[in-house]
Design a protein around this ligand. Sequence first.
Ligand code: SF4
Length: 306
Amino acid sequence: MVKSEYEGYSAGQQSIPLRENFGTAQLYAQNAQSVLNKATGFISAYDFTLNPYRGCQYGCSYCYAAAFSPNSEMRQDWGNWVIIKKNAAEILKKELQSWYKKNPDSSPSIYMSSVTDPYQPIETKEQLTRHLLEVMLPYQPTLVIQTRSPMITRDVDILQQFQRLRVNMSIPTGSEKVRKDFEPKSPSIPARLQAITKLRYSFPYRENCEVRFSITVTPLLPTLPEDEANFISKLEVVDRVVIQDFHASNARSLIASTREEALALKQKYAWWYNSEQQSYRKFKNKLIAMLPGVEIMEGKEGFGYE
Ligand code: SF4
């Protein structure tokens, strides 16, 4: 039965409440009008963003994507709801066909995903991201996948067939203690490092294929001094490490901004945040010194495919 609002929240578009939870999240299903959306702002170098879900179960305290929630109540409750774009695979196929009709000699570049994690827990059940990869494969777009989930290794069989692929694994801190404060529902750091290492070595050399791997330490969170050297040394596995400050905070909706929850947590890490610029610079210099074979990039440029 289609309802005119998100059950449990006061306003919104038409949705199907699935009457089930997955972990702590309330699930909804919707048909999307379009799934390839023009990439703007931070990732404007791409043709499109592709978000299989709206909302994200990881609910990271600093997540700027909360600003794009359907209403203010859901923005406040970020991490506790997910909208599944049920028809995403079908729509994607149509949109790719339409692209190639207009641009027969050029493949699009796609960033998956900008406002959700394509491998959040519900993906184990829905397999929507996997279906999208299957749809994209014959079209061979330039594809960048941004995730913090080891679940991406499940799809290595499909990923191996892309010719222009970059996998960005998000690991904003080298300390589990810090992760549990800023993103308590996300996978552990050792699990993420293990996953990106496994992926990195799962791609046999193929001529004319450009497969690349990044670790995005974004937003750069504190790493405890006792964890720092070990963490940095493990980043050697990828060809690029990206660092970046927090997004500026903004109370208005529809503006990417760091959530209050993260701003409050900064107080707990005053030893890092009291001289934030200096902490950032010191960390960056250590990356450069300890990872001579790795590209160290900052901000927008770091998120490009090239
Ligand atoms: S995983 Fe990404 S999209 Fe999801 S809550 Fe965390 S920062 Fe936001």
